[in-house]
Design a protein around this ligand. Structure first.
Ligand SMILES: O=C(O)C1=C[C@@H](OP(=O)(O)O)[C@@H](O)[C@H](O)C1
Ligand SMILES: C=C(OP(=O)(O)O)C(=O)O
Length: 448
């Protein structure tokens, strides 16, 4: 087990260039693999989850080259994958498992996917139900609606599916299977989740439509297609990774950070909206668009934050940022209420529980609820709930490790992040980038 020690600091300065977006990196390998021609991906995230996706597609006969600047996926078309000789190891990655299920559902060979203990305890019934309704044969080998999953060939039919959860993974699994269908496949979700699959499918040549309904629900649909065609993709920085540096810049006294190359797709950017609502001094610079995805540099200065309510349709746009938002809320004036976020319970850990355990260990008050948490405010004088250094069990959840590393920067005393190596899942250079923002060498972090 690797333990990272974090000490309190003042004055984070400089620039951080944010690594590639995890969601977009996964999708670029998957769509590249089932397209004709070569897909060239720059700023690909070489985190453990995306490497699991690469490994799975290599096992299905796809040549994927890694050059210093890019990843080249030599796609074989919609029907070009070959039967894997072995179990497809999806590691810790829910995105790999659920999106790949949609692709595997359309293949004429059998496959088995399995991951680590966390992954194998996450709910897969949410993709099994719609895919099996489409005519696929996806079964849970243990019979508990979790991975390992076995997928055997079936004839795929188009469906109109209403998902009970706003989940890009469910939506994407159905749309990807829909490529192999016999008519228009559509998915309606209660609120719009990240739309990277729709945008990327469109740029690879699929016919995709998206509609927002007056009640806030959203429908995405896809037509079956003959072939997709490889593209050049420059992956924007991951806003979910940027969130730790934006939070650190806001919370650590006397800081000014330029967080560069942040993806600003509106279906992902709820974190920025909430920061602004909390009174954060953040400015978006150099905004550009490519392949339908926006990006910008974010200038952050230390700010006095106010509590807020985070709920409803905003939740899917910031679901992975809730642990770091909870840390920010502990330092805000006035209470923060997070609700409609029961999905937090089925991530790498139950993040309502792990956030509660971590904040309590650091001396903060937090009340977990069925679908979120309440973090009481502080008075204007106290400047937030004082945090004290503590031993934080990350439970191998990368978002918990990074959120509490940021909390450690403003805590009194030393904070230890247990199993800190789990940041490799989405941000292998996280601790190095954090050290680079600390002005004085003596501030560097300890590892043992
Ligand atoms: O589609 C994606 O890339 C993701 C969707 C989200 O999951 P859900 O679809 O389960 O909400 C998110 O939590 C995950 O980190 C990545
Ligand atoms: C939930 C996450 O990812 P996944 O579902 O792909 O494991 C995450 O990165 O926070």
């Amino acid at each position: 087990m690797s333990v990272k020690e974090i000490y309190p600091v003042k004055g984070l300065r400089g620039e951080v260039t944010i690594p590639g977006d995890k969601s977009i990196s996964h999708r670029s390998i998957m769509l590249g693999a089932i397209s004709l021609g070569t897909t060239e991906i720059t700023h690909f995230l070489k985190g453990a989850d995306c490497l699991s996706t690469i490994d799975c597609f290599r096992k299905m006969g796809i040549e994927i080259e890694e050059t210093p600047q890019s990843i080249l996926v030599h796609g074989k078309g919609l029907h070009g994958l070959s039967a894997p000789a072995d179990i497809l190891n999806v590691g810790n990655s829910g995105t790999t498992t659920r999106l790949m299920s949609g692709i595997l559902a359309g293949q004429n060979f059998a496959s088995v996917m399995s991951g680590d203990d966390s992954l194998n305890s996450r709910p897969m019934g949410r993709i099994m139900t719609p895919l099996n309704l489409m005519g696929a044969n996806v079964t849970s080998i243990v019979g508990n609606n979790c991975a390992p999953l076995r997928i055997t060939p079936g004839k795929i039919h188009a469906i109109s599916y209403t998902s009970p959860v706003a989940s890009a993974q469910v939506k994407s699994a159905v749309l990807l299977a829909g490529l192999y269908g016999d008519g228009t496949t559509s998915v309606t979700e209660p609120a719009l989740s990240r739309n990277h699959t729709e945008l990327m499918l469109q740029s690879f040549g699929a016919e995709v439509a998206s509609t927002m309904h007056p009640d806030g629900s959203a429908t995405a649909s896809v037509e079956p297609c003959e072939q997709l065609y490889g593209q050049k993709i420059c992956v924007p920085g991951d806003i979910s990774s940027a969130a730790y540096f934006i939070a650190a810049g806001l919370l650590v006294p006397d800081s000014e950070l330029l967080v560069k190359n942040v993806g600003t797709n509106l279906t992902r950017a709820g974190f920025l909206e909430v920061c602004k609502g909390m009174g954060a001094d953040i400015t978006l610079l150099n905004q550009t668009y490519e392949g339908g995805e926006g990006r910008a540099d974010v200038l952050v200065r230390t700010s006095h934050l106010k509590g807020t309510t985070i709920e409803g349709n905003l939740i899917p746009t910031l679901i992975d940022e809730i642990p770091i938002l909870a840390v920010m809320a502990s330092q805000a004036e006035g209470p923060t209420i997070i609700k409609d976020a029961a999905e937090l319970k089925v991530k790498e850990t139950n993040r309502i529980d792990t956030v509660t355990e971590g904040l309590r260990a650091m001396g903060a008050t937090i009340t977990p609820t069925e679908d979120g948490m309440i973090i009481p405010g502080s008075s204007p004088q106290s400047g937030g709930q004082p945090l004290k250094g503590a031993k934080i069990n990350s439970y191998l959840d990368h978002r918990i490790a990074m959120s509490f590393a940021v909390a450690g920067l403003i805590a009194d005393g030393t904070t230890q992040i247990l199993d800190s190596q789990c940041v490799d899942v989405s941000y292998p250079d996280f601790f190095q980038s954090l050290e680079n923002c600390m002005e004085e060498q003596r501030m560097c972090l300890g590892t043992f």
